[in-house]
Design a protein around this ligand. Structure first.
Ligand SMILES: Nc1ncnc2c1ncn2[C@@H]1O[C@H](COP(=O)(O)OP(=O)(O)OP(=O)(O)O)[C@@H](O)[C@H]1O
Ligand SMILES: [Mg+2]
Length: 416
């Protein structure tokens, strides 16, 4: 029996034990993600109980594997004294454990052909593809991940599990990885954030280099030293959570509706719980007549017993909705109403169900307008791509007004 000498950073212990379908390892530069993942897979793939499991490693480009993931996995084999049990090939790039027969194969996600190959990847006679490691996963498209995700299906022995591991620096706060995974609440997702301070093997020179970034490039410092999502300047709602709220019970409901002429018409159904709005259903369409709006609302099961707060600029459309059975009413425009509605919404968490695709996208890019002369942010939102946000603002009017009334001293209530 030979002795394996594996040294790990403590911060990754739970991650290495996790069997969630999606494992997210977000971190600063040098936090130890790549080394950890490489060591963990080499150990797992060497274990007899995981015989029949193979690993697919994905990066943006196929060529980038050789100096990164392939080198990292080979480094792990050598460091842990497992070289006698591993065959390493350059053509095609692959690794194979001679005892378990488990394979590691490498693919790029950047060109159509590579994606096709990914789709048709078979590991003939070598067991099932059960694990995927997407290294630097902010570099790949969401559709590429979906393709990979689709491949991990079928029946497995009881002690085997499908898993996609994603390791990355949190480059950009509007990235799909953030909304679709990092901010998404699901029992299928494991998340870990690490920084270089979690890595006991990092040298002082590296630390000093990172610290210097603070002065020269504060935005990069946030991402590469602190492991925080980058460049969120001017984003209005940072208080947002994405998740699956389909089975939740709510205390109350409301509906918001914004009519579009050249842009989109949006109807949002909101569930209320503990004073926070949950956007649970979305109707979104461009260039449609009022009859078509009604048809879409009917199809989406927008309830007819819930008050529907609408854009007041279109009284005819409101009337049509009312005739169709919806409890539509116009939202009064007051001085500063947009500002007031936004600041009310900023005071609570806004929950968005993952099925509301347009709202998810819009809410992450809803920004304050920058003054072109001073370069400072103003207190007005940018009026592009803001239809869902308008519907959201309307949908909260009754709750906002009710809260205001409640906060007025009792003795003053006589004047109402
Ligand atoms: N378990 C380990 N054993 C030995 N050295 C380690 C270990 N983990 C990390 N290191 C050292 O720390 C360095 C940085 O680790 P690693 O490359 O894994 O970080 P990372 O989080 O992937 O960084 P980046 O975000 O820049 O890709 C490695 O090059 C290696 O020298
Ligand atoms: Mg790395």
């Amino acid at each position: 029996m030979m002795e394996i000498t594996a040294k790990f950073n403590k911060a990754f212990k739970e991650a290495n034990e996790s069997q969630h379908r999606y494992k997210l390892l977000l971190g600063s530069a040098g936090s130890g993600k790549s080394v950890n993942v490489a060591q963990d897979f080499i150990l797992k793939l060497s274990r007899p109980e995981y015989a029949g499991c193979s690993l697919l490693v994905v990066r943006n480009t196929e060529v980038s594997h050789i100096n990164s993931t392939f080198a990292e996995l080979n480094g792990a084999i050598d460091r842990m004294g497992l070289r006698p049990f591993w065959e390493s090939r350059l053509q095609p790039l692959s690794l194979r454990n001679t005892v378990t027969g488990n394979h590691i194969i490498f693919r790029g996600a950047n060109d159509a052909k590579a994606i096709e190959r990914l789709k048709s990847v078979t590991v003939p006679g070598l067991g099932k593809l059960v694990w995927v490691w997407v290294e630097e996963s902010t570099e790949i498209k969401q559709s590429d991940l979906d393709t990979i995700d689709d491949r991990l299906r079928g029946k497995l022995p009881d002690n085997h599990y499908f898993q996609i591991t994603m390791s990355f620096n949190p480059t950009n706060a509007s990235h799909w990885l953030k909304s679709a995974f990092w901010d998404y609440e699901s029992d299928d997702i494991f998340k870990l954030k690490t920084t270089y301070l979690d890595n006991r093997f990092i040298d002082d020179a590296f630390k000093k280099r990172l610290e210097r970034l603070k002065e020269f490039d504060p935005e990069r410092y946030e991402v590469y030293a602190l492991g925080n999502w980058g460049a969120t300047g001017g984003i209005i709602f940072q208080n947002v959570q994405f998740g699956d709220y389909a089975r939740m019970e709510f205390e109350d409901y409301s509906i918001g509706c914004d009519f579009g002429f050249t842009h989109a018409t949006v109807v949002l159904l909101i569930g209320w719980c503990d004073g926070a709005p949950y956007i649970i259903r979305e109707v979104y369409a461009t260039d449609i007549t009022t009859d078509e709006i009604i048809e879409l609302c009917d199809k989406a099961d927008i309830p007819k017993d819930v008050l529907m707060a609408c854009d007041s600029a279109e009284p005819d459309r409101i009337l049509s909705l009312k005739r169709a059975g919806y409890r539509a009413f116009p939202v009064k425009k007051e001085k500063n109403s947009i500002k007031n509605q936004i600041s009310w919404l900023k005071n609570r968490c806004i929950y968005v169900d993952g099925r509301c695709a347009h709202t998810m996208k819009e809410i992450q890019s809803y920004k304050w307008r920058k003054c072109p002369t001073s370069g400072e942010y103003t207190d007005e939102p940018v009026k592009i791509n803001d239809d869902c946000m308008a519907a959201l603002r309307y949908s909260c009017e009754l709750q906002r007004k009710a809260a205001k009334i409640q906060s007025i001293p009792k003795e003053a209530l006589g004047i109402w």
